[in-house]
Write a protein that binds this ligand. Structure first.
Ligand SMILES: Cc1cc2nc3c(=O)[nH]c(=O)nc-3n(C[C@H](O)[C@H](O)[C@H](O)COP(=O)(O)OP(=O)(O)OC[C@H]3O[C@@H](n4cnc5c(N)ncnc54)[C@H](O)[C@@H]3O)c2cc1C
Ligand code: SF4
Length: 352
């Protein structure tokens, strides 16, 4: 019987791994715990993606279609990895639907979850309806097609983005000191979308420092300011409160450029959420005995591997946001690399 590979997680990284394996003719089982493929961007209805300003369907849709149509790939939705015995290339895996399979290699692509903004009580999320997350803003655009204040349904006059919520934060301890990588750029895009559709709305971005890596710098940092009038304010937010007299929020912060405390009225505050390892990532790490970063709990590659997709466990490959904050294009590339590495590991002959 041909050796098969298990891919755990049907987000961008897992889809790309399964697609690569399927194209090489390798029998592949792809398990996704939700009822839908596509990972967070598809399942949670992101609106427009950085950097190419396309929808999740446009970016991830073709991968889903290829995976679903490839007879070498057995897609199992609503299914998780429950147990694993043995060593590569003879893993015996048990799935949550009761099925047992023998697989020669495993690709783990179990992704991330959003930081729970309620943990930063001083920012008012879950207390004031007009404090929302950037994920909720994406969903407001994609599901309802308009911008509004949840408290009264009206268009806000002023919108504030608060960067680094649940990231780069030593108050939360060492678990959340990493940078989310996507937040500054996505805020630049979301701010631009607001200004394009509602030029009368003022947009403010509160940042510690702006991290728009590589070619993202002009379209998602300079253009929002120079072309669209998004205002950047350097300052850490101390507190967000509500003033019942005018029904508006108050953003209290210290402007670290002019070194003065300030309190600015806002109608809508958008918290830019950090990424944490998903529950699925932690669970699969335990089942497979994968090494995790002692602080963040993200999966870490084997120290001597020379490749960040090779785990500490022979025959197990790791790709995408289960290893830390990452963007979609990089998740797709890592998934492809992990698929190819798994194929090589099981001795498949790869011909051009
Ligand atoms: C608000 C927000 C907006 C973003 N916008 C952008 C953007 O515009 N452009 C961009 O490039 N990046 C963006 N990102 C980052 C992007 O979401 C990630 O790069 C990408 O989702 C990572 O893909 P992944 O496959 O590694 O993980 P995920 O998307 O998390 O997919 C993992 C999949 O594994 C499944 N899973 C988990 N555990 C198990 C298990 N035990 N068994 C089976 N299945 C399991 C999950 O259900 C999920 O479907 C954004 C992130 C956030 C938070
Ligand atoms: S990408 Fe920007 S918002 Fe996200 S943690 Fe880094 S600096 Fe903060």
């Amino acid at each position: 019987m041909a050796k098969s590979v298990l891919v755990v997680g049907g987000g961008p990284a897992g889809l790309a791994a399964a697609r690569t394996l399927g194209k090489l003719g390798i029998p592949t089982i792809l398990v996704e715990k939700e009822q839908k493929l596509g990972g967070r961007p598809v399942i949670e209805d992101y609106h427009t993606l950085i950097p190419r300003k396309m929808t999740p369907q446009q970016v991830i849709g073709p991968f889903i279609e290829e995976v679903q149509n490839n007879p070498n790939i057995d897609v199992k939705l609503g299914v998780e990895l429950e147990a694993c015995e043995g060593e590569a290339p003879n893993f015996k895996v048990k799935l949550s639907n009761g099925e047992e399979h023998e697989v020669a290699a495993i690709v783990v692509a179990t992704g991330f979850q959003h930081f729970d903004a309620k943990r930063k009580g001083e920012l008012g999320y879950g207390i004031y309806p007009d404090v929302i997350t950037n994920l909720e803003l994406e969903q407001m655009f994609s599901r309802e097609g308009k911008l509004y204040r949840p408290s009264n349904g009206q268009l806000p006059k002023r919108v504030a983005f608060v960067f680094c919520v649940g990231s780069r934060d030593r108050q939360l301890g060492v678990t959340n000191v990493h940078c989310c990588r996507y937040g500054c750029a996505l805020s630049g895009l979301q701010g631009t979308e607001i200004r394009e559709h509602y030029p009368e709305v003022d947009v403010f971005c509160y940042y510690m420092d702006v991290r728009t890596y590589g070619t993202w710098e002009y379209p998602f940092y300079w253009a929002p300011q120079e072309k669209h009038g998004v205002r950047y304010v350097r300052g850490r937010i101390a507190e967000i409160t509500y003033n019942p007299q005018d029904g508006r929020l108050r953003v209290k912060h210290e402007d670290t450029i002019v070194q003065r405390p300030a309190e600015v009225p806002m109608d809508l505050v958008v918290l830019v959420l950090g990424m944490e390892p998903s529950e699925g990532t932690k669970k699969v790490a335990k089942i497979l005995g994968l090494a995790q970063d002692p602080d963040s709990q993200f999966l870490v590659p084997a120290e001597d591997a020379g490749s960040n997709i090779i785990s500490n466990k022979p025959g197990v490959f790791i790709a995408g946001a289960c290893k830390g904050p990452i963007d979609i294009e990089s998740s797709l590339s890592e998934g492809e690399a992990a698929g190819a590495e798994a194929a090589t590991f099981i001795g498949a002959k790869v011909s051009a």
